[in-house]
Design a protein around this ligand. Structure first.
Ligand SMILES: Cc1ncc(C[n+]2csc(CCOP(=O)(O)OP(=O)(O)O)c2C)c(N)n1
Ligand SMILES: [Mg+2]
Length: 611
């Protein structure tokens, strides 16, 4: 315990309650009762236990705190204001446009590492941070505060399992077991033994405490790291605690108090409230700062034109190659590393590889957490399985996370495995993510160069790779800037521009050869960068073919390459004709499926002639 007495901590908890009530009443919205239940826990953590430089929330060895129950944001803001980071008067700007004190926490605030508010995601991120601490030989602890209703989310248990497997004894989950959710009581109410048994089964050390008894809370916090298990503190609490007319009452979730009610509540809390100003928060240990420089360049690649290499294999080659000179790179996979070829990285850098098993939501959260610690995390699985983590990826967008996703086995070209293994929606999903970059190389050289780009680009990048082997068509020194496109065939008098990506690039090239024999010229563009699109190159090519464009993609027609091209160039007078997968696929040979779905060379030839 820090150098502070229990009575002072109790007073600070009430001060945090007062701030939470005042701020939500001023805002006219928010979740004051969800703040009140957790106020003692937060006071105990921020003023009685955690070690951090309150003037510098980003300090590399600060203890980390994630408010997974993000709707209790006013409580988090109040705690930081009481440390002196910003004036407590700012708390009354809660939820107003222009204030960074948003309804739910976002990293616009220096003390927020990741956005929360979509319940069930904080523990995975915390696990990623806890792992990063180990990699960096730092001794900060990562605390994650969850609601009891939140524990119904499956992703929480993916994270619990993961933390147990990796024995993350620097990760501490605190459950605010206040018995209530939003619309009714939680399934298990105050029967907290249910949660205790579940966490225990996943390999956690469990402490059940009275969540309003600060002495008890700080005592169990003192036991962190005593064994090799992650610790969960199940804090039995009351929603609205501290205010008699709110405490343990249903119907108060997400409701601010009226001005009169707030005055009444504050009158009850004020006599025992105490400011946190002047409390000395212990500094973290001064350990060597992790040295994670971005390299100036990467070792060269060495493919031969015509070599047959699947882009998924080139991804593995690239990771293993760039990681040699880029200490920031870590990789994770969901038990598919022999298919995604992340195995190549694992074989070379086992200590920097994190097997996440078949739990994609957690994997994305772990990667996001690593990214907040200056790692460059590359997470891979079959492209279709990333859609399971759609919400984690969406929230990573809000977090402005530095996250690299590599989805293999895209499209019908996987063939025999059938539709459940084919990603045909992934480009649509990834394009829609805030600030995302979407890349889709067709050969090994492009893949290698784009993996380099991903490592150097800060933000969410998605790389789409394919199962079949495809010939190398680019020279080793070809550059692949994000936002570019390559014109592969172009002659004066070309009738139409074909815009392809990935496996369909080869179909377009075959179509160009076939049509050439009939005296019809077509331009072929490799749109390896789908977002941002190589608009300049595409427009220039299209203008030369009388603004006629055909897009061809191994993806559903909705939201893929065709829509990306149409969205970007139709205002410039370009007519876009889409070839895409429009019916439910089935098992078959890749070439049979490309033909059946009208995205092979023959289909392109037919379309060109019809125009
Ligand atoms: C994934 C998700 N589903 C639903 C919601 C809407 N929601 C916000 S708070 C809440 C209840 C949360 O209950 P609990 O975790 O017990 O938190 P408490 O407010 O009781 O501390 C719900 C359903 C959400 N934010 N995220
Ligand atoms: Mg609750």
């Amino acid at each position: 315990m820090n150098d502070i007495d229990i009575e002072s901590l109790k007073g600070i908890a009430n001060q945090l309650r007062i701030h939470s009530i005042s701020a939500t009443t001023a805002a006219g919205s928010g979740h004051p009762t969800s703040c009140c239940s957790a106020a003692d826990v937060v006071a105990a953590l921020f003023f009685g236990h955690m070690r951090y430089d309150a003037k510098n929330p980003h300090y590399y060895n600060n203890d980390r705190f994630i408010l997974s129950k993000g709707h209790a944001a006013p409580l988090l803001y109040a705690a930081w204001a009481e440390t002196g980071l910003f004036p407590v008067s700012d708390l009354l700007k809660l939820r107003t446009f222009g204030s960074n004190l948003e309804g739910h926490p976002t990293p616009r605030l220096p003390f927020v590492d990741v956005a929360t508010g979509s319940l069930g995601q904080g523990l995975s991120v915390g696990a990623g941070m806890a792992l990063a601490a180990r990699l960096d030989k730092l001794d900060y602890n990562t605390f994650v505060l969850l609601g009891d209703g939140e524990l119904a989310e499956g992703s929480v248990w993916e994270a619990a399992s993961f933390a147990g497997i990796y024995k993350l004894n620097n990760l501490i989950a605190i459950v605010d077991a206040n018995r209530l959710g939003q619309s009714q009581a939680t399934a298990f109410g105050h029967n907290v033994g249910v949660y205790a048994e579940r966490f225990e089964a996943f390999g956690w050390r469990v402490e059940v405490v009275d969540g309003h008894d600060i002495e008890e809370i700080v005592e169990v916090l003192g036991g962190i790291g005593l064994d090799d298990k992650p610790l969960v503190i199940i804090a039995k609490t009351y929603k609205g605690a501290g205010v008699s007319f709110l405490q343990d009452k249903e119907g108060w979730h997400g409701k601010p108090l009226s001005t009169e009610e707030a005055a009444k509540a504050i009158a009850e809390l004020q006599p025992t409230a105490k400011s946190g100003a002047g409390v000395v928060i212990p500094a973290p240990n001064h350990l060597p700062e992790p040295n994670n420089p971005a390299p100036a360049g990467y070792p060269p690649i060495n493919y031969k034109i015509g070599d047959k290499v699947a882009t998924r294999e080139a991804y593995g080659n690239a990771l293993a190659r760039i990681a040699e000179v880029d200490p920031r790179v870590v990789a994770m996979d969901g038990d598919t590393k022999n298919s995604t070829y992340a195995e190549k990285f694992f074989n070379k850098f086992p200590a920097r590889f994190i097997e996440c098993f078949i739990a994609e939501q957690n994997m994305v959260g772990v990667a996001t957490g690593c990214g907040t610690r200056e790692k460059v995390p590359f997470a891979s699985t079959f492209a279709c399985f990333f859609t399971r983590a759609a919400d984690q990826i969406r929230v990573a967008g809000i977090s402005q996370a530095n996250l690299k996703l590599a989805g293999s086995h895209a499209g019908v070209s996987i063939g025999e495995d059938g539709p459940s293994q084919m990603a045909l929606e992934d480009v649509a999903l990834m394009r829609a993510i805030a600030g995302s970059t979407v890349l889709y190389p067709c050969d090994a050289v492009g893949t290698e160069k784009l993996v380099e780009q991903m490592a150097q680009h800060r933000g969410i990048c998605y790389l789409r790779t394919a199962r079949p082997k495809t010939p190398v068509i680019y020279n080793n020194d070809e550059a692949f800037p994000i936002g570019g496109a390559k014109v592969l065939r172009q002659n004066a008098g070309d009738k139409v521009t074909i815009i392809a990506a990935g496996v369909t690039v080869y179909e377009a090239l075959k179509a160009a050869d076939a049509l050439k024999n009939e005296g019809i010229g077509i331009t072929v563009v490799d749109a390896y960068s789908i977002k941002p699109l190589g608009k300049k190159e595409i427009l220039a090519a299209a203008h030369k073919t009388h603004n006629a464009v055909i897009t061809v993609e191994d993806h559903y027609a909705e939201g893929g390459l065709g829509d990306a091209v149409a969205g970007d160039v139709s205002a410039d007078g370009i007519k876009v004709h889409k070839l895409a997968v429009t019916s439910l696929p089935r098992s078959g040979k890749p070439e049979e499926l490309l033909a059946h779905h009208g995205i092979d060379a023959a289909a392109i030839v037919k379309k060109v002639k019809s125009l």
